[in-house]
Design a protein around this ligand. Structure first.
Ligand SMILES: Nc1ncnc2c1ncn2[C@@H]1O[C@H](COP(=O)(O)OP(=O)(O)O)[C@@H](O)[C@H]1O
Ligand SMILES: [Mg+2]
Length: 274
């Protein structure tokens, strides 16, 4: 995946905002969410505040069911907060928009459409002319190494390939932010490592901002500029860890192992293992 680095470099830079790399980009203030179903109230998020910089990959780790997906869906504009605000480049994100691309664990592809038609979907909805959207979709399929499979049906693909379609589908719209919810969680360990290495190449070559939810501490340490460790539900921030090391990172290095161990211990204190 991702050997066309030049192509990606040319695609770098926000098309939706004037915010520069390293500047404050997504501002989440005093976010809270309580679900109400019948008479039952579930407090999922309580007073969550976070400032995400342009070009940053921020991972969110935390116990299962603590509210990670809830946070991501609110950033996506798919779910209304009970309290608090989220802005991207100063704009409130109250509804989904082309500035945010989503990648889901279960791929969420349309099985009756071909690979390339799945990648083109957002452009089609945005009214991009047929020829242009085909050309852009082909370029991103090349970036994720799937150009030979553009006319395949989704059910002919492996899990890793499906997720690469999901990533191409998010990238093709040139979003300011990609929101990824355990994107590699359904993949086998080897495919997962390949996907992570591919993501590192995208990070190297663009100022793409990514919010990445994972239950794998190893993955978070491998990828992130910062890791947000959540408490158990209702989720608030337990700790934020900054990782200044360049990528790609060596999983076998003592500092990598030590940091992974430390975060796992933090999570254990929240009563949950990786
Ligand atoms: N639509 C919903 N209605 C009611 N409760 C929900 C809904 N979605 C999630 N929850 C509850 O909110 C909590 C957080 O869920 P979620 O954000 O999916 O956690 P995570 O992604 O960290 O596993 C859980 O207790 C879950 O059962
Ligand atoms: Mg979840």
């Amino acid at each position: 995946m991702v050997n066309q680095n030049e192509v990606i470099t040319n695609e770098g830079g926000s098309v939706h905002t004037g915010v520069q790399e390293g500047e404050s980009f997504i501002e989440i203030k005093n976010l809270a969410k309580t679900y109400k179903r019948d008479e039952v109230e579930t407090v999922a998020i309580e007073d969550f505040s976070l400032d995400i910089k342009k070009g940053e990959l921020i991972s969110v780790v935390g116990p299962s069911g603590c509210g990670k997906t809830t946070i991501l869906r609110m950033i996506a504009g798919l779910l209304e907060p009970t309290a608090g605000t989220i802005t991207i480049a100063g704009r409130p994100c109250k509804e989904p928009g082309p500035d945010r691309g989503m990648v889901f664990q279960d791929f969420a592809l349309l099985p009756w459409r071909s690979v390339i038609k799945n990648v083109e979907l957002g452009l089609e909805i945005a009214g991009v002319p047929k020829e242009e959207r085909r050309e852009r979709a082909e370029k991103y399929l090349e970036i994720v190494g799937l150009e030979k499979f553009k006319d395949s049906r989704i059910n002919e693909l492996s899990g890793g390939m499906k997720q690469r379609v999901g990533i191409a589908r998010a990238l093709v719209n040139k979003p300011d932010v990609i929101l990824m919810d355990e994107p590699f969680g359904a993949l086998d360990a080897q495919t997962r490592n390949i996907m992570q290495a591919g993501l590192v190449k995208i990070l190297d070559k663009t100022d793409q901002t990514i919010v990445f939810i994972t239950h794998s501490v190893d993955e978070a340490v491998f990828l992130s500029d910062r890791i947000v460790i959540l408490t158990k539900r209702p989720a608030s921030i337990r700790e934020i860890i900054e990782i200044p090391w360049p990528r790609p990172r060596d999983r076998a290095s003592p500092e990598f192992t030590a940091l992974r161990k430390r975060i796992l211990e933090e999570l254990e204190r929240e009563n949950v293992l990786e």
